[in-house]
Design a protein. Sequence first.
Lengths: 144, 113
Amino acid sequence: MSVATRRALYGKMAGDATLTGLLGTPKSGYSQAIYYERAPSGAAFPYIVFSKQAGTPRYAMSARAYDDDVWQIKAVGKDDGVDLSADKVDNIASRLDALLTDGTISISGRTQLYLRRESDIDYAETADGVNYRHAGSLFRLIYE
Amino acid sequence: VRLASVKSRVPQIASRMDDAAEEAALEAAEEIAADAASRTWSDRLAEAIHVEVHDGKVFIVAGNGDVFWGNFEEHGTTNAPAHPFLIPAAEAHRLGAGTGIARRLKRLADTGR
């Protein structure tokens, strides 16, 4: 259900040199530090994780009129000891907003109608004594 | 005569509008909270999903003093992918919630109750 939109979003992000320049070294076997749903074990920080948060088909006159998706796209950073991870992930989140809000993506077999940042994600996580930061947004994507 | 009748109900409707909107929003929030609870695998998290009202605004809260990890479940961590339960529930009820609030306000305008 998500293949075309997932690839379209990935292609948009991976094709932006400014965004990829803010990311860590991709894990072996990956061309960019942009991962779907979860990052592979041992991936270098910071990286982007994106996943589909909700997808709602809308119907009109007994036929599907359009699909209304919410995509979570966020940067994840690891506290590197000099406490710059917040700046790093915030910069990536800002670039994602600039790139995707009202940006054009190419969805195979479908037509994009709307793409905008809708709300922000910003939280910290501590695992095994290490601090991580997550920053990004929920983007609404509507396509027919 | 009809104009006078309408005018006389305006203050009554206006005074009840906030209450009516809050009642409808609460009803919609309870439905979304129940739906969200049904979408999570964790019984503890499901039981912790509840509705709160602060300053006239209605919130659906996924957590309590013991269950603090609803946010991690919804958005993911460095070790676990996101398992969204709240946003899909809100999305599924988005149109219905708006319609319910509009219907409640229309009833107030039509009947004054």
